[in-house]
Design a protein around this ligand. Structure first.
Ligand code: ADP
Ligand code: ADP
Length: 234
């Protein structure tokens, strides 16, 4: 009999700690605010994988005022996607290190068909491929509430929500400059235009698995661990 989705997060975590896998590569897909970052951080810790968020890398470059940061600053503030060549180059730089580890969870990349194909090409060069593409679904109306309440700890990068996962009093939190209503609407539009057409690419190879992002954070983690256990460790 299979494990049920209501096994709690701690129990699932301890089960995973006893599992050995050679290499695992996951791509987390979902609209802005669906919980990709929150879940990717938890899964990376539980499964011992590297977590790569292209959005986080861009934001770090912006705050360090690097050349890349200066090039992408306005795009991120407007909620516009960074051009594919720049984004793919950024990922290419990471892949060579990542393939030597136990694997990775990508969050926010790929975001369109071109990026998905480029990622496969990069992995193929190392005889690797995407093992699973979890899609966290969330309705457009819930996205706004998620993003306007999002706060990030400046020191640790931990993600909080003013209502659903409130930061402790001593946390040094900030609001992302692209989490304003107008910008959020543009990002939702981009998701439908660029990312949704990419889903078939993974679905055709039976790699896509849909998770309801409207459950609690713990329930979503448990559902993800359950799917990964069934698909990757089978
Ligand atoms: P969210 O988690 O809300 O979806 P991200 O942190 O993933 O946001 O991305 C923030 C911004 O960084 C995006 O709006 C876009 O400007 C840029 N970005 C991140 N990943 C990509 C990507 N794969 N392709 C193009 N732009 C990206
Ligand atoms: P994404 O990376 O997909 O843009 P985040 O992980 O940053 O999404 O989550 C967006 C906001 O929603 C954050 O404030 C986070 O604390 C909150 N959040 C994430 N998952 C859930 C959930 N299942 N229920 C309620 N709030 C959530």
């Amino acid at each position: 009999m299979g494990l049920k989705l209501n096994l709690n997060y701690e129990v699932m975590t301890s089960l995973y700690l006893s599992v050995n896998s050679d290499f695992m590569f996951l791509v987390m897909i979902g609209p802005p605010g669906a919980g990709k970052g929150t879940q990717a951080k938890r899964l990376a810790e539980t499964l011992g994988l590297s977590h790569v968020s292209t959005g986080e890398i861009f934001r770090q470059n912006i705050s360090r005022k690097t050349e890349l940061g200066l090039r992408v600053k306005e795009l991120l503030e407007d909620g516009t996607l960074v051009p594919d060549d720049l984004t793919i180059e950024l990922v290419q730089d990471k892949i060579d290190q990542l393939v030597n580890g136990s694997g990775a969870i990508f969050d926010g990349f790929p975001r369109n068909l071109e990026q998905a194909k480029a990622l496969d090409d990069m992995l193929l060069l190392h005889d690797k491929g995407v093992d699973l593409a979890p899609l966290i679904n969330l309705s457009d109306s819930n996205i706004i509430e998620r993003l306007t309440g999002r706060r990030t700890d400046k020191d640790t990068g931990k993600i909080y929500h003013l209502i659903y996962d409130p930061p402790p009093d001593n946390a040094n939190v900030e609001q992302r400059s692209d989490d304003k209503r107008d910008t959020v609407l543009r990002r939702i539009e981009d998701y439908h235009q660029s990312t949704v057409p990419m889903l078939a690419y993974y679905d055709d190879r039976d790699l896509l698995c849909e998770i309801d992002g409207d459950n609690t954070i713990d329930q979503v983690t448990t559902a993800l661990l359950e799917v990964i256990r069934g698909r990757v460790f089978a």
